[in-house]
Design a protein around this ligand. Structure first.
Ligand code: DGJ
Length: 748
């Protein structure tokens, strides 16, 4: 709080002298402008393609309160406020129900009017520019700081808002959005695209036109698996529905692991209001006097070059500015779950390690089942959550020994944890039943296994206990270099037995979660963390500020994964998408697919395996070994290159995408059949993208099983980038329903 007030006071003082009333904020190819109007309101008259000269931007701005066909605001309609607020003014920024901020002040009144002070640039070593627009309510001592951060290497703009209560009593925030922009946009059409799904079919793309006068709202509908039913991310086509390479698109993501809501509202005059923020619908946030709260970061990207460009900008932002180790190459993992489930002991795990080492894998991860003791042993999903000590019967020599076994085989070692959950059948619960979330006066509900509850992470004692248990695991086995962080419950039993702040529960829970993650990262900055949460539940950039990758789905069927990973790639980079080769028939769908197909799909993201290598045939082991060797050679391009989606799987019998190194000298092309319809063996040539037109690329097909014929007559030839992009690669994928092909392109 003190930090906030000092910052605010220094900004206010600076503003008094500087009167910085107009601001231009540039990214490499876009510009945002801000202007304080006669009422003192901060407007955002322009967010669009780059305008080099500030004077030009001002000259073209026009009157934001008149319909001039460009600014987009209409007399009597909302002003293009940089941050909309509920309350006071008729044309104010949003007199009626809308508004990113809605405060019940300490005197019980609901209206606010934010008057801007002079803009300020913050000295921020991690960004190219950091702008703050300070504002204060015209009546109450209530302060708002709106932040914008931009970078030299991406068009992504980070924006978030801080709120400070200097009133005498507590205030309640009914809304406290990170971004609440009344966009100066005019277009005949807007189309809203987002991801939706549920367990086993996450990240399905949904897109529809935004009707005039209506809003689209997506929300988490949850506080733990907050990215499961819907992902906090969207792409909005401004004008006609954008495709991969053309059309104006504004993309956005919210970096938050709690309940959230994102809305796009197109009004009668085609003015657009966009809001992203934590969702307080089930409890207005109570802010005590002298306290401040920071809304989560939102990130916006704008492009005139279609959805592909927006994805690539977000990927670059994520790798360079969000993921803890975004520029490092991820290891090839074998995760024990589908290979062993709960049924393992040290001997079995070590033999699985042998198999992984033989194939050339790099990291062995023990999934669920390694902890809990006695009657609380984790031999099934009914016991032991909360007791993070090794099971002495299964692993008598401990985790340190197991990590040593991995090391002696040249492997790194990782472990599954589910720190936010507790089984009522655990030592932890027996000692501290008050540490589980529960609703006062109601019977305790239980989830998975009939015994699982969510721990009350709003309680500092719980945060301390879980942090120290995680720390103790790492101390006992310093060889651990990876945690798979699971969370297999929704928010239920909604109530904290100790905090007395149930209306703040969703927000405080997430703050507690981040505190545990912060301590973990401080203890082991090198630790790689996977955000799992039943698959897809934590595929969001809040958690990904502490984790490097996510498990997109428990559905490991390669054909389903084409869709699930396609959706994930819209907003998240390939190095963050964990994709594991599993057995056939698949355990979730029973579908049978060739091993080649399973590798070809998994190799387009962070490759891993999830099976028992001892059960593979010698032929399959040999093939896997070859694919893993290929993956190591293409890994820098797949994980760190630029993604070009070439043919969407939606409505087609095949799909294709490619990854291009940032210097354009190497590329990898993936083509996947989805199942063969009549006459579908001969697909149109796959037109490539992102290559240097003048370079000649040698095309080589990889991942071919012994004796199998190739899928492209051009394999082995050197062809110009220009021809590959103009005419395309002629590919035949007719060898069964799930045929596929992978090509490596090397500049000569
Ligand atoms: C759900 C995860 O998504 C799976 O990968 C596995 O870790 C299980 N939980 C273990 O209980």
């Amino acid at each position: 709080m003190r930090k906030f007030v000092l910052l605010f006071l220094s900004l206010a003082a600076a503003a008094a002298g500087a009167a910085d009333d107009t601001v231009k904020l540039d990214t490499p190819t876009t510009t945002m402008t801000f202007r304080r109007d006669a009422d003192g309101v901060w407007l955002m008259p322009y967010y669009g393609a780059k305008i080099e000269d500030a004077a030009d931007a001002e000259a073209l701005e026009g009157d934001p309160c008149r319909h001039d066909g460009r600014i987009g605001a209409v007399a009597g309609q909302a002003k293009p406020a940089s941050y909309s607020v509920y309350g006071a003014k008729e044309f104010g920024i949003d007199a009626n129900k809308s508004g990113g901020l809605c405060v019940k002040h300490d005197d019980g009144t609901m209206a606010s009017e934010l008057v801007g002070l002079g803009a300020e640039w913050i000295d921020d070593k991690t960004a190219a520019k950091h702008l703050v627009l300070p504002m204060k309510d015209s009546v109450h001592d209530f302060l708002v700081l709106q932040h914008f951060r931009v970078f030299d290497d991406t068009d992504a703009v980070e924006t978030w808002t801080e709120f400070s209560n200097r009133e005498t009593g507590a205030v309640e925030l009914y809304r406290m959005d990170s971004a609440a922009l009344t966009f100066p946009l005019l277009a005949d059409e807007f189309h809203f695209m987002s991801l939706t799904g549920q367990w086993g079919c996450e990240n399905q793309i949904s897109e529809s036109e935004l009707p005039r006068g209506q809003a689209v709202v997506i929300s988490s509908r949850n506080g733990v698996r907050d990215a499961w039913f819907a992902n906090p991310a969207f792409m909005l086509s401004v004008g006609r529905r954008a495709d991969e390479c053309s059309g104006t698109v504004i993309g956005g993501v919210l970096a938050w692991s709690g309940a959230w809501s994102i809305s796009a509202h197109r009004d009668y005059a085609d003015l657009l209001e966009l809001r992203l923020g934590a969702d307080n619908a089930n409890g207005a946030y109570r802010l005590e006097p002298g306290s401040s709260v920071t809304a989560p970061k939102a990130v916006l990207v704008r492009s005139d070059r279609g959805k592909g460009a927006v994805s690539r900008e977000l990927h670059r932002w994520a790798r360079n500015h969000r993921l803890p180790h975004g520029r490092e190459l991820r290891d090839i993992v074998l995760n024990s779950w589908e290979g062993a489930y709960f049924d393992f002991d040290e001997r079995r795990l070590v033999r699985m390690m042998d198999g992984l080492a033989e194939m050339g894998g790099e990291m062995f991860v023990v999934d669920d089942g390694w902890f809990g003791n006695g009657r609380y042993a984790r031999d099934n999903d009914r016991n032991g959550l909360g007791d993070w000590r090794v099971n002495a019967r299964k692993l008598p020599r401990g985790l340190g020994h197991l990590a040593g076994e991995a090391k002696s085989r040249g492997l790194k070692f990782g472990l599954w944890v589910e720190p936010e959950m507790v089984n009522v059948t655990s030592e932890l619960y027996t000692r501290h039943p008050e540490w589980a979330m529960r609703c006062k006066g109601r019977p305790l509900g239980t989830g998975r296994g009939g015994t699982q509850c969510v721990l009350d992470f709003t309680n500092p004692d719980v945060v301390d206990n879980i942090s120290s248990q995680l720390g103790a695991i790492l101390d006992a086995a310093p060889g651990i270099s990876y945690f798979k962080w699971d969370a297999n419950a929704n928010f239920f039993n909604v109530g904290s037995p100790t905090s007395g702040r149930d209306q703040n529960l969703y927000f405080d829970y997430t703050a507690g979660l981040y505190e545990v993650l912060k301590r973990l990262r401080a203890k082991r900055p090198d630790l790689i963390v996977q955000a799992c949460s039943s698959g897809g539940g934590r595929m969001e950039y809040g958690f990904l500020g502490y984790a490097d990758e996510f498990w997109p789905s428990d559905d490991t069927d390669a054909r389903e994964r084409v869709f699930i990973q396609w959706g994930a790639g819209m907003f998240y980079p390939a190095n963050a998408i964990a994709a594991h080769v599993t057995v056939s028939p698949n355990h979730q769908t029973m579908r049978e697919t060739p091993l080649k197909y399973r590798f070809d799909v998994a190799m387009s993201a962070r490759l891993g395996l999830e099976l028992d290598p001892r059960k593979m045939s010698a032929e399959d082991t040999g093939f896997a070994k070859r694919c893993i060797a290929v993956y190591k050679s293409i890994r820098p391009v797949v994980q760190q290159g630029e993604l070009y989606r070439l043919v969407s799987p939606y409505g087609r019998t095949y799909a294709a995408q490619m990854h291009v190194s940032t210097d354009c000298r190497r590329a990898v092309v993936f083509v996947w059949g989805l199942n063969r319809g009549p006459c579908k063996d001969f697909i149109p040539p796959v037109r490539l993208d992102g290559l240097a037109p003048d370079l000649r690329y040698r095309v080589t097909e990889v991942n071919l099983p012994d004796g199998a014929g190739g899928h492209c007559g051009a394999s082995g030839s050197a062809v110009s980038g220009q021809a590959l992009m103009a005419a395309g690669l002629p590919v035949y994928i007719g060898k069964g329903d799930y045929d596929s092909a992978v090509f490596v392109l090397e500049a000569q």
